[in-house]
Design a protein around this ligand. Structure first.
Ligand code: BG6
Length: 484
């Protein structure tokens, strides 16, 4: 942080997201020296009536997870936990927020106030239904009061609304309370290493510049698979479904970075301007370019209605009607309870014209960017099969991060994004107009699904999803290429 005193306030501190993501990310930042003990204080706020010690005990296990046991780990852990104070109160309680403010203020006064400004970062690890009231409370009772400047910023998690109308309403409510520069809409896919690498890859390599367009690329797939179901989150998921949970945000953000034009500079506004232009070029989704699925057993979850037609799988084809991409299908595919856990981008190039080698038909160049697990990029190439014969084979130029960057720890998305917020960098956050166009693209389709016009096809857990999705992919021109 800048000089001064930083307070990070986690609202919803006893909830799942805070325990699994927010506090561990803060702990990792602390361990790397980004949050200094003398300058930072962390506050948890939630309804549960527990003490500081009880909150610390609840999150301790999640902080240790993934870290090798060592003496400095236990020392760091205990120092970090001591930075956390807990305040309990309901989300619409003026008294609760007044008390929270008092605690923060006392900390600010005791730490440094003469030397520097105070900064307040509010992390809303809460269901969106309470965002408006909580933001109102923050605005009225908990803004930074330092005479020496400083700031107040708010991080909000998706889902930002359920459709265009509700998202716009939420945006207006928040917009009346905070400036756009104070609102950080997190999409954690934008914090992933290989997603952040996309701009570098595209705009710092001469190799890709002339190829990245409709003349050379046949189709692009952006895929998310999970090998587990809703896992105790059935109640939340059933209200949203896979399109709102993954495609309209995470995959669409990736699409923007894959498809956008080169920004004028790396300034957040320049990048976000280009992303918005991509979204504005996407026409409405056609029903015949959608396949929905629901895994068998999904409705056994007692928190899911037995009549639910919520998709847990979807393949959707988007088109970008601009000079670079017209005619190239962008296939977005996401599913829960599938055969593997993987997120990747597959850029499939067109066939070589006038093939003199009589290559196998399925021998296209394909560039794959694997976001997770095991970050990697590889390019499928056709090469001469080693040996006396002049025949061809597909092989790969492979950059696997584990092998190439041994010993380098790849930061967690949340770590990076919280640090960006502290630094005031909105590049990897979703701007209000971007969110609006993202909803415009999906809302008509979502309404058709909600009204029961489109039914999900059942699929077996642990499978590849409905076969109809593969047929749609084939229709869009995707060809399963051969590897070694
Ligand atoms: C969240 C979704 O945004 O992303 C979850 O709500 C999903 O349903 C998760 O499991 C996936 O994130 P990651 O980083 O594990 O791919």
């Amino acid at each position: 942080p800048e000089t001064g005193c930083l307070s990070i306030i986690v609202l919803g501190a006893s909830g799942d997201l805070a325990k699994k993501k927010t506090f561990p990310a803060l702990f990792n930042l602390y361990r790397q020296g980004f949050l200094q003990s003398g300058e930072v204080h962390i506050f948890g706020y939630a309804r549960t009536k527990i003490s500081d010690v009880e909150l610390r005990d609840r999150i301790r296990g999640h902080l240790v997870h993934g870290n090798a046991a060592s003496s400095d780990l236990s020392e760091d852990l205990s120092n970090f936990l001591h930075l956390i104070k807990y305040v309990s109160g309901s989300y619409d309680s003026e008294d609760g927020f007044r008390l929270l403010d008092k605690e923060i203020y006392e900390h600010e006064v005791s730490k440094n106030s003469q030397e520097g400004s105070s900064q307040r970062l509010f992390y809303l690890a809460l269901p969106p239904s309470v965002y408006p009231i909580v933001c109102k409370m923050i605005r009225h009772f908990c803004m930074n009061k330092s005479d020496l400047g400083g700031w107040t910023r708010v991080i909000v998690e998706k889902p930002f609304g359920k459709d265009l109308g509700s998202a716009e309403e939420l945006s207006s409510q928040l917009g009346e309370l905070f400036d756009e520069q104070q609102i950080y809409r997190i999409d954690h896919y934008l914090g992933k290493e290989l997603v952040q690498n996309l701009l570098v890859l595209r705009f710092a390599n001469r190799l890709f510049l002339p190829l990245w367009n409709r003349d050379n690329i046949d189709n692009i797939q952006i895929v998310f698979r999970e090998d587990f179901g809703t896992d105790g989150r059935g109640g939340y998921f059933d209200e949203y479904g896979i399109i709102r949970d993954i495609i309209q945000n995470h995959l669409l953000q990736v699409l923007c970075l894959v498809a956008m034009e080169k920004p004028v500079s790396l300034k957040p506004e320049h990048i976000r301007d280009e992303k918005v232009k991509v979204l504005q070029s996407v026409p409405p989704i056609k029903t015949e370019e959608v396949v929905l699925g629901q895994y068998e057993g999904y409705k056994d979850d007692p928190t899911v209605s037995d009549k639910s037609n919520t998709p847990t799988f979807a393949t959707v084809i988007l088109h970008i009607k601009n000079e670079r991409w017209d005619g190239v299908p962008f296939i977005l595919k996401a599913g829960k309870a599938l055969n593997s856990r993987k997120a990747e981008i597959r850029v499939q190039f067109k066939d070589v014209p006038g093939d003199i080698f009589k290559c196998k038909k399925h021998a296209r160049n394909e560039f794959v960017i694997r976001l997770q697990p095991s970050e990697a990029m590889y390019m499928k190439l056709t090469v001469k099969k080693p040996g006396l014969e002049m025949s061809t084979i597909q092989s790969e130029l492979d950059l696997s991060y584990k092998q190439r960057y041994q010993g380098v720890t790849i930061p967690e998305a949340y770590e990076r994004l919280i640090l960006d917020t502290i630094r005031g960098d909105q590049q990897h956050f979703v701007r209000r107009d971007e969110l609006k166009v993202a909803w415009e693209i999906f809302t008509p389709l979502l309404h058709r699904i909600d009204e029961g016009e489109l039914e999900p096809i059942p699929y077996k857990p642990g499978s590849r999803g409905p076969e109809e999705a593969d047929e749609l992919l084939a229709k869009a021109g995707y060809i399963q290429t051969h590897g070694y």
